[in-house]
Structure formats: C-alpha cells, structure tokens
Design a binder for this molecule. Structure first.
Ligand code: GSH
Length: 208
C-alpha cells in the first residue's frame, strides 16, 4: 500500500487525505513527530529535501513530496471523480484559482502563523510582528474577495467541487483553529461555501 507521511492537524497532509477519500483510495498513514524535528532528520530529508509533510511513499520506496503533486498523481491513478478539470479550459481555470489561493492566501496565513505565538512558543522561528500583522491583514482582504466571488458561484472554481475547494477548506479551518483567523461572520457567501464543503463525507472523515 502507498504510505502517507502526515501529522494530525497539519493542513497540507489533510489536503491529500481528503483528496484520496474522494477517490476511494486507501493510504497507510504514517504519523511523523513534526514538533520533535523528525522531518529534519537526514533520513526524512532523503524523502523530501524540503523537510516537510506530506510525502507519499510508493511500495517500491519512491517518495513524492508536495500536496498538489501528490494529488495529481492520485488523480492519474483514479481519474473519477474528476477534481482537476475535464477539458483544457476547465483544467486551466481550476489551476488559476488554485494557484492564486496557494500563492496568495496560503502565503498570507502562513506569514501570520509563522510569526504568531504558537510557533514562537516552540522556539522555531524568531517572530516578526510586522509580518504577522501584514499576513493577517492580507488574509482578511482575500477572504472578502472570496466572499464576493462566491456570491455568484457555489464552489471556488465554478459550479462543482474541485481540488481548489479541498485546499481552501483545509487552509481556512487551520487558520480558524490555530491562527485566530476565522473568516468574519459577515462574509455570508464564504460561510455558505464552507458549510457546503465541510458537510462532505471526505472532509468529515479527516477533521482538522
Ligand atoms: N508546499 C508544501 C507545503 C508543506 C508544508 O508546509 N507542510 C507543513 C505541515 S502542514 C510542514 O511540514 N511544516 C514543517 C516545517 O515547515 O518545518 C505542500 O503543499 O506539501
């Protein structure tokens, strides 16, 4: 069976777990001690030179890092239900939404997290308060933008559930639980989207 190196509560491995659940694929989850530095050992750096999870390990020992690369691999193994797009235009549209989410919202929430109290208490990175505040402000702006977009479509990339919704729900729930950055209740279209996505069995099966 394929192994997934993961850590409970970590948003990136959760993306892969939900994606695999949608596909009906079983993964053997290997919990790593993220706090204890297990991802920075030379053995783990051999699996992923970035020292991060998730990593998918195939039965022959081949290791694949990066959530989206892993999801693309799983989509190729199990094409249905389609989550990355069915024709050239839809595939590109999903990719555009997903890339902006990763390069912008992930980065903003990441800055608020890395410079926030939990990471500081763990003594991992010297926090820079200005970066935390900047990340927080930009994340809130991005939430408002998503809310606006979701007034005219039910899911992030259009009429149907895709990989972009999986990434977004993992990120937003992590931000709410660990970064004190839940979307404001006044963002009603974003709240309705969240309800639609969080009630899916795949999301329920892998809680934040
Ligand atoms: N772009 C990577 C991000 C992976 C990532 O940041 N993983 C976090 C856990 S959610 C991690 O391993 N953090 C430990 C560290 O940065 O040392 C992906 O999508 O897989």
């Amino acid at each position: 069976m394929m192994k997934l190196y993961s850590f409970k509560g970590a948003p990136n491995p959760r993306r892969v777990l939900i994606f695999a659940e949608e596909k009906g694929l079983r993964l053997d989850v290997v919990e790593v001690n993220l706090r204890g530095g297990e991802t920075k050992t030379s053995a783990f750096l051999g699996k992923n030179p970035s020292g991060k999870i998730p990593v998918l390990e195939l039965p022959d020992g081949t290791c694949l890092p990066e959530s989206v690369a892993i999801c693309r691999y799983l989509e190729a193994l199990a094409p249905e239900p389609n989550l990355f797009g069915t024709d050239p235009l839809e595939t590109a549209q999903i990719e555009a939404v997903h890339r902006q989410l990763e390069l912008e919202l992930f980065a903003h929430i990441g800055a608020a997290w890395v410079n926030g109290p939990i990471v500081a208490a763990a003594g991992l990175v010297k926090p820079i308060e200005a970066q935390r505040l900047r990340g927080e402000g930009l994340a809130k702006k991005y939430y408002a933008r998503l809310n606006e977009e979701l007034t005219s479509r039910p899911f992030l990339a259009g009429e149907r559930f895709t990989v972009a919704d999986i990434s977004a729900v993992c990120l937003v729930e992590f931000a709410a639980a660990r970064v004190n950055l839940a979307p404001d209740a006044s963002l009603t279209a974003l709240a309705a989207w969240h309800e639609r996505v969080r009630s899916r069995p795949s999301v329920q099966a892998h809680p934040a």
